[in-house]
Design a binder for this molecule. Structure first.
Ligand SMILES: Nc1ncnc2c1ncn2[C@@H]1O[C@H](COP(=O)(O)OP(=O)(O)OP(=O)(O)O)[C@@H](O)[C@H]1O
Ligand SMILES: [Mg+2]
Length: 413
């Protein structure tokens, strides 16, 4: 038996029986003596008793107006799960069954009460109670572990997602940086002879003004030189590092200034433009020429992608502390810088990009457009410009659904 004194509730209307049972309890349970509280009558509501005060209860079945089973039901109804022993008359089998159903832990036949039978029953019910308590604790622990495991699993999934995005971005950045170095070298090598060709061609044009067929050829050479120069200039923009002039600007105004240029054309082609602008007075440190070029590239791409009418939604908002933003802490874009960002989204309902192509769109010269419609430099230049601002440019797309381009630019307080 436990060392602390057991607090027992005895409800018995026969004073002699109560006296006898108390005696048995004192003798049977021994040291420390149990603390038995006896009530000879109780009303149905048991207002004078708090069931939670006791370790164990013993009820007589016959209790005048009420009976022991009613009391058991009342206790259980209050969610009190202490062990309860019911004392029934001889041969009351039906009562015993009903009592068990009501939540009695054990029952004793009143005529056969003895020290042995009572202590045996008490040990039995206390053992059961302890087991139930331990089981409950174990179940609760298990539930808690389950919940913790579920949280940990979710966190793991989020981390894996972030890691995958970060890896992709790092691969793109590294690839572009490598291509950038190569491109810068090659461009300079090409520009020199190109200038010489251009110079000679112009001289010839001036010297041989009267030779009409030659003039036609020379003009077409000049046109091609113009094309090459445009490509080379674009490539140099993509490859040049750190050559940007940042100044505090109203970014939404910059966006609007470019949007106006293409809006009419877009409307004529059945493209609806939805402006979902927030934080319209926010100021961001940007190279205005560079950022306008990014906007123009992205708007042109969306325009081209929406061939049979559709919607282009442009949204702007300030994002705090990396929410929705999967940042890659590289040397150029340390995560601390990305705690507060200005986010611009271009969401089009155009043709979308195939999964395989999506991995290549930032590569210079990757294009799915016919030669005269695109050189495949728009996105690689835009990526490079945003990267030089310490920002991130991301693209997501689903064929048949559309494309979303997200720009996050750091905001310094
Ligand atoms: N909004 C978009 N919807 C569908 N495809 C797109 C979108 N933006 C880009 N792409 C795909 O990515 C490719 C590369 O885009 P990028 O802007 O770099 O080059 P381009 O548009 O082909 O040519 P350029 O921009 O040099 O005129 C496109 O050819 C197109 O296949
Ligand atoms: Mg483009």
């Amino acid at each position: 038996m436990e060392n602390k004194s057991l607090k027992i509730l005895l409800i018995e209307d026969d004073e002699d029986d109560a006296f006898y049972i108390k005696d048995i309890l004192n003798e049977g349970l021994g040291s420390p003596l149990p603390n038995v509280e006896h009530f000879s009558s109780v009303d149905k509501n048991l207002k004078q008793i708090n069931p939670f005060d006791y370790d164990l209860a013993l009820f007589d079945y016959r209790l005048g107006k009420t009976n022991g089973i009613e009391l058991v039901r009342n206790f259980r109804h209050q969610n009190c799960n202490i062990p309860i022993i019911l004392m029934t008359g001889q041969g009351d089998q039906e009562v015993a069954v009903e009592a068990m159903k009501a939540g009695v832990t054990d029952y004793l036949t009143k005529g056969k009460l003895s020290i042995e039978s009572v202590t045996k029953s008490i040990r039995y019910v206390l053992g059961l109670h302890k087991e139930a308590e331990l089981r409950k604790q174990a179940e609760e622990k298990l539930k808690k572990s389950h919940a913790q495991l579920a949280i940990a699993y979710e966190e793991l999934q989020t981390s894996i997602g972030k890691l995958e995005t970060a890896q992709k971005q790092i691969i793109i950045s590294e690839k572009l940086a490598g291509i950038g170095r190569l491109v810068a070298g090659v461009c300079h090598e090409i520009l020199n002879p190109l200038n010489i060709i251009s110079g000679h061609t112009q001289t010839l044009l001036m010297e041989r003004v009267t030779d009409k067929p030659l003039k036609l050829d020379l003009n077409s050479i000049m046109e091609e030189i113009g094309r090459i120069t445009k490509i080379i200039t674009g490539l140099l923009k993509f490859s040049r590092k750190g050559n940007i002039e940042l100044k505090s600007s109203n970014i939404v105004k910059e966006l609007e200034s470019v949007l106006i240029l293409v809006e009419k054309d877009m409307l004529l082609e059945g493209i609806e433009i939805v402006r979902d602008f927030e934080s319209t007075s926010a100021r961001v440190m940007v190279d205005t020429d560079g950022i306008r070029q990014v906007f123009l590239n992205l708007l042109n791409n969306a325009k081209h992608a929406i061939s049979n009418g559709g919607t282009l939604t442009i949204s702007t908002e300030i994002k705090i502390s990396g929410s929705n933003l999967q940042s890659i802490p590289t040397e150029e874009t340390p995560s601390s810088k990305l705690n507060k960002t200005f986010q611009i989204k271009f969401i089009d309902t155009g043709a979308g990009i195939k999964k395989d192509d999506l991995e290549k769109v930032f590569e210079p010269f990757f294009t799915t457009k016919p030669e005269e419609k695109g050189t495949g430099l728009g996105l690689s230049i835009s990526y490079s410009i945003i990267e030089r601002h310490g920002g991130i440019l991301e693209i997501d797309s689903k064929v048949g659904v559309g494309t979303t381009v997200i720009i996050n630019l750091p905001i310094q307080d």
